[in-house]
Design a protein around this ligand. Structure first.
Ligand SMILES: [Zn+2]
Length: 571
């Protein structure tokens, strides 16, 4: 490609709304432009990178037996209703109507449609199957930001496995695990795998692949001593036993004028430390007001509530709802004596005595609360968010919390979708069996952004050769000098002939501008051809990573650069 014919609109300044480094560099490097919030156009360089990422993923999924499909983006609402997700997913699913008034959904993911096609499978002899495609998804994200990190429209590789039994699913899941590790290594990210919440996909088990970055929107708890790692939506920790003083008497009311928070009560009373208090939250779950109890110093992890109750239809109760149900305002709530509402309690409260909680009367609290004796707990459910420094649930070492970008997610779905859509096959004994499914996703744009987050310096991006928009740039220092241009052109053609994906910067611009653009965009190798070097029969070669420069005889440049790129491309 000749730069003079290309479209590479680099910018000097960061976009004003950008925080994530990948957002800044991809816009400035001329890879992407925003159309609207959460919606980006790939410009030619961005398209080249995305296609290379797609190529790597395709290789890895084909290597584990995948066969490629292409399914539509607009789905009949009816099939989403049959799996229950038309109602359970919430506003992330964009629902539209066609001219006849029929309900349609934009693809949020493709479990429903692939499962429909699996309806043609008849016998165990048709299994296993591994089907995949690259296709657009639309998710009506409320907080689209961060460039390609959190978008509403994006292309995803999603694959779906179909097996006769869970043993077959386990094999396909493990193969995806290895394939994903290969993908993320090949695109230059050091992804860690963690236990995850399955969220709206459902199923029994899921693993996310995470790349550490301050631009991420997820947190993981990770053990430095063993292999425990989990999304904080799912992570647990071991808490030391709490040595409560025994309080034999029934709970005792005491006045707490104006006190509405755990912290204020801790300060005012001195003895009621936060871990000695019960935090009472009022939530509406599937339309039912419910009390959630946590230790005073613990925070609610809403995803655990969603996973534990099986519904995403949760919200904090409004103050007027709370007053109607309990007779007090938030800040004075408690579950002692409450029998008309369900009470879900975090296990950190199990067996605790001599605790302090709201009395369901403004300005009054109760002390001496014995959880087992005084509170009617409907259900124990892990609700709390793990904190850094708490003990690993497996080995006891202190957990660290890391900010990460989720780049891949694999799910053991089981029979959730095949049951809803009636997908069965005959087993060897002629008995009808529900097909067992898994699903596996990688967002292409997010993977591109994560690769930038992991491969950049103060001058710009430093792409791994495998996904660089071009593997090398031949920079012509003096494009208006015919001899220089001719020499550069010969090297450019030589690299092309050697199979290198190369661009020649033949534009009539100052060398400084060309060098800055090359570093910003991040071509792995730059060959600089100028009149002064040519006079000595030499050109300069620079490797973008580490910026190591060397001078080579003109005649050797092609062979040396081609060999270096070939070696890096296949790492
Ligand atoms: Zn551990």
């Amino acid at each position: 490609m000749r730069w003079s014919r290309a479209y590479i609109p680099t910018l000097r300044d960061d976009p004003t709304d950008a925080e994530a480094i990948s957002h800044k560099l991809l816009v400035r490097g001329g890879f992407i432009r925003q159309l609207m919030a959460g919606s980006y156009s790939l410009l030619p360089l961005g398209k080249r990178v995305a296609d290379k990422v797609i190529g790597i993923i395709r290789q890895e999924i084909e290597a584990i037996g995948g066969v490629e499909f292409e399914l539509p983006v607009v789905h009949p609402g009816e099939v989403w209703k049959r799996t229950g997700r038309w109602d359970s997913v919430g506003d992330e699913l964009l629902r539209i109507k066609d001219r006849r008034g029929a309900d349609l959904a934009l693809a949020l993911t493709h479990e429903e449609i692939f499962t429909l096609h699996a309806g043609e499978l008849a016998s165990y002899r048709d299994l296993p199957q591994l089907w995949y495609h690259f296709q657009t998804k639309f998710r009506d994200e409320p907080r689209a930001k961060g460039g390609l990190l959190r978008v509403r429209e994006f292309v995803m590789k999603d694959s779906y496995s179909f097996d006769l039994d869970t043993a077959g699913l386990d094999v396909q899941f493990d193969r995806h695990f290895e394939a994903y590790k290969n993908v993320f290594r090949r695109i230059g990210t050091d992804a860690v795998s963690v236990e995850a919440s399955s969220g709206v996909m459902g199923g029994t088990e899921s693993i996310e692949f995470m790349v550490r970055s301050d631009s991420g929107e997820d947190d993981i708890a990770i053990c430095p001593a063993c292999d425990y790692a989990a999304n904080t939506e799912k992570a647990t920790s071991a808490l030391p036993a709490f040595g409560d003083q025994v309080w034999k008497a029934p709970p005792e009311r005491f006045p707490t004028p104006g006190i509405r928070t755990i912290a204020a009560l801790q300060e005012a009373e001195g003895f009621a430390s936060a871990p000695q208090q019960i935090k009472t939250l009022a939530y509406v779950i599937d339309g039912q007001m419910t009390l959630l109890l946590l230790r005073g110093d613990h925070e609610l992890m809403e995803q655990k509530l969603i996973d534990g109750t099986g519904t995403a239809d949760i919200r904090p109760a409004h103050p007027e709802e709370i007053r109607r149900a309990l007779g007090a305002d938030p800040g004075s709530l408690g579950a002692v004596g409450v029998s008309h509402l369900p009470v879900i309690a975090d296990p950190a409260l199990e067996g605790r005595t001599n605790m302090v909680t709201g009395a369901n009367e403004d300005d009054w609290h109760l002390r001496g609360v014995d959880v087992a004796r005084d509170i009617e707990v409907s259900r124990w459910l892990d609700l709390r968010k793990v904190k850094a420094g708490e003990a690993c649930p497996r080995c006891g070492a202190a957990l660290a919390l890391d900010r990460v970008i989720e780049v891949g997610h694999i799910f053991k779905l089981g029979t959730k979708y095949t049951e809803a859509l009636g997908v069965t096959v005959l087993d060897p004994d002629g008995i009808e069996r529900l097909v067992v499914m898994g699903s596996y996703g990688i967002g292409i744009g997010r993977a591109v952004a994560a690769a930038v987050e992991a491969n950049h310096d103060e001058s710009g991006i430093a792409w791994p050769a495998a996904i660089a928009p071009y593997e090398a740039v031949v920079t012509v220092v003096k494009a208006d000098d015919p001899a220089t241009l001719a020499a550069a052109d010969e090297i450019y053609r030589g690299l092309l002939a050697a199979g290198v994906d190369v661009i020649i910067n033949d534009r009539d611009e100052r060398p400084g501008v060309k060098f800055a653009d090359a570093e910003l965009i991040g071509f792995p190798y730059r060959v600089t051809v100028g009149p002064r070097g040519l006079a000595d029969g030499e050109v300069e070669v620079m490797r973008r990573r580490g910026r190591d420069k060397s001078t080579l005889p003109v005649g050797e440049a092609v062979a040396v650069v081609a060999a270096a790129i070939t070696a890096e491309r296949t790492l």
